[in-house]
Design a protein around this ligand. Sequence first.
Ligand SMILES: [Zn+2]
Length: 590
Amino acid sequence: MTNKNSDLEKKIDSIGDLIDLQKLHNNCIVCDHEIINSNLYKRFRICPSCRYHYTTTLRRKIAIISDRGSFREINKWIESRNTTDFSPKNSYKERFTNDKKRTNLNEAVITGECLIGGNRSVLIILDSSFLGGTMGLVVGEKISLALEYAGKNKLPAVGIITSSGKRFQDGILSLHQMAKTVISTKLVKKNNNPFIVILGNPCTGPVFSSFASMADIIFSEPKAHLGFASLGELREVENNHIYEDHLSEFYLDNGQIDKIIERHEIKNEITTILSLISTNLLLKSKQKYNNKKFVKKNPKQTINIARNRKRPTSKYYLKNLFTNFVELHGDRISNEDKSIILGLGKISGQTVVIAAQEKSFLLENKKYTMGEITPSGFRKAIRGAKLAESLNLCFITLIDSLGPQIGTLNEKQGLASSISNCINEISNINVPSISIIIGEGISESAIAFSVTDRTLMMENSIYASVKPEAAAKIETNEIEGIDDIANALKLTALDCKKIGVIDEIIQEPIKGAHDNPKETIKLVEKSLIYELSNLNKISSYSLVKNRYNKIRNTGEYSNKYKSNFIKEINYLGKGIKNSIQSFRIKKDSK
Ligand SMILES: [Zn+2]
């Protein structure tokens, strides 16, 4: 299946030659639609028909993202020295001078401070119209200075980036700009501020493999060519490369970027995120749970309610429990697992990061999944936990899955290690964390997401180390054994509370969450507000320490084990004492 040179590739290749960015086209070069009178084309350089995003000037990009008149350039004085110092070739000097004249810029990057939807931010615009947007000594320095400026002034940093190729004329120093810019991103994150980038066409080479990929959130314009290698390099090594495999859509499907956004929507999207993060409201409420006495339930019936087709899944909670929810995608390594929905949202005004297991969604083959989680899903949750930590926000997980997805491909991608890493990372974050089992909390999918400060369980949800049917099959070789097994598994909320594997039970409407989802949301919201209010008071040092102790001592067995352990130590101690004594006696008698 090769698609050596698709029509799109040919067309876009020919557009690449049109470097006169000011020139307006009457008709779209890709689809021939008349665009000259279209507002979308005039303002944003987007074809209203085929949505092709034309290259645009750096100054237009500033106007598109920042509030009118708010941009103030910083470090303007830093300019490249006489370029012949760097390069033995005159062609470079000539290109440099030409690009300066053509673009009216001094370098490929402009940095500054601006308002984005009223949020003070540092803006870094790196543009391929000037020497391909390559990163030489000056470009790297200006990017690092801007990131440091964001760090010093406690501001978020936003990058709009197109770049392709290497500024090899700067020699080994151009390579070192990669390291310099990567380490500078830490300074933005140190103050719990985000670094967000929007990649345009193209974004390849050292820029994509350095600071651009360090962003907390990575957006891309549609059909942008992304990657480590440029198209030219790819053509040299793979004469059968598939052009579409190097576009942003492919990177989204493979978990490398968060979202594809059309240019005219970028400002809104960034404003929503910046507004979410800049809110530092922390909930304070004393309203406790209803002091409801939960009665013992028939496990089989509970399983049926937990699996009721109409029972709200994570999607319902995300839509109705949280406001301004912004979904993020991908594990940044290899895939996008749709069984995990990751994002930022607000509950009663407090911003949180949520990683939710979505049990029921339609696959491409029109089959429903049961939320089995792949290695990418676990890694996506880790990303969420790390993001919460980086932005100093509470991390919430919603649990509803039949377990990890079994398969050779998942083994190859490190399913086991992704689970252990997920447990390790989530249990170790220095911000408050809460997990809620909303439906079925089965096996490793449940434990990996429940190593939180508080573990809550909906009244009719179940929590078990294995799917009850699977346990019945193993134990009795018959599915009919499920009644006994369900009892033995202690999977109801009340049982789990007694054993000590969860902290609280959240009440459901009388017949179950499916019977009145709206009331369910109110009940969950009340519990979450109460838990968040309590956790907000605790220092991060104590959170991590308490969480360690909680996980370490979970369950009634731990206490039994502890006393046995003490007995054993004493016994061993005595044994050692005795053996030393007998050794001494033997020695003395010699
Ligand atoms: Zn078009």
